[in-house]
Ligand binder design. Sequence first.
Ligand SMILES: [Fe+2]
Length: 224
Amino acid sequence: MALRTLATRRRLGLGFQSIRGLQTFSLPDLPYDYGALEPAISGEIMQLHHQKHHQTYITNYNKALEQLDAAMAKGDAPTVVKLQSAIKFNGGGHVNHSIFWKNLAPVREGGGEPPKGSLGSTIDTNFGSLEALIQKMNAEGAAVQGSGWVWLGVDKELKKLVIETTANQDPLVTKGSLVPLLGIDVWEHAYYLQYKNVRPDYLKNIWKVMNWKYASQVYEKECP
Ligand SMILES: [Fe+2]
C-alpha cells in the first residue's frame, strides 16, 4: 500500500513526499525541452541523462533511505553504517544533477550570456577575466580521472570564488563551506553520444548554454 502511495505521488510530479515520516524524492522537470540546448548538447543526451541516469540515482537514493529508515527502527547499527556509501553516491547524484539542469539554458533564453553585476566583477577580480576562469575550469574538468564534476563555488567564509573538482557523485559540500554556482558533469554519460572520447570539446561547447543568470542569483543570495 505504501509503495502504491509512493508511486502515485511520484506520478503527480511532486519534488518529494513523506511516507511514514520518511522523505523521498522524485525527478524534477527540466526547465526547457530536451532538444533546446542543441547544438551544444544533443536532445538524445539530455533525455537519457535526465530520464535514465538522474532517475536511477533517485530510485536508488529512495531505496537506500527506506533501508536506512528500517535499519534505524531496528537499531541495526552495522546496516546503518553500510548504507552510507549508497546514500552519498545516489543522493549526491540527485543533488548534483538537480543543480546541473539549472546551470544550463537555451541560447534564446540567455544561455551563454556572460555574467553581469557583482558576480561578473568578482570573476574579474579573482581570475583576471571570464575567459581565464573558463580555461581553468576546462583544464581541471578535462583532468578529472574517471568520472566526476568540476565546480565554480563560492566560499562563504572567505567571500571568494573557487574552482574545485569532485570524484564520482560527491557533491561540493564534501569540500567544505562551499556553495555551488556552476557544476559541470564530466561523466561520459554527459557527452559520449555526441563528443565520443573528446571531453575537451564538450567542455568548450557547454559554455555556449551556460546559465550565468542562475549562478549570479545564487551568488548574490550568498554574498549580498
Ligand atoms: Fe550525469
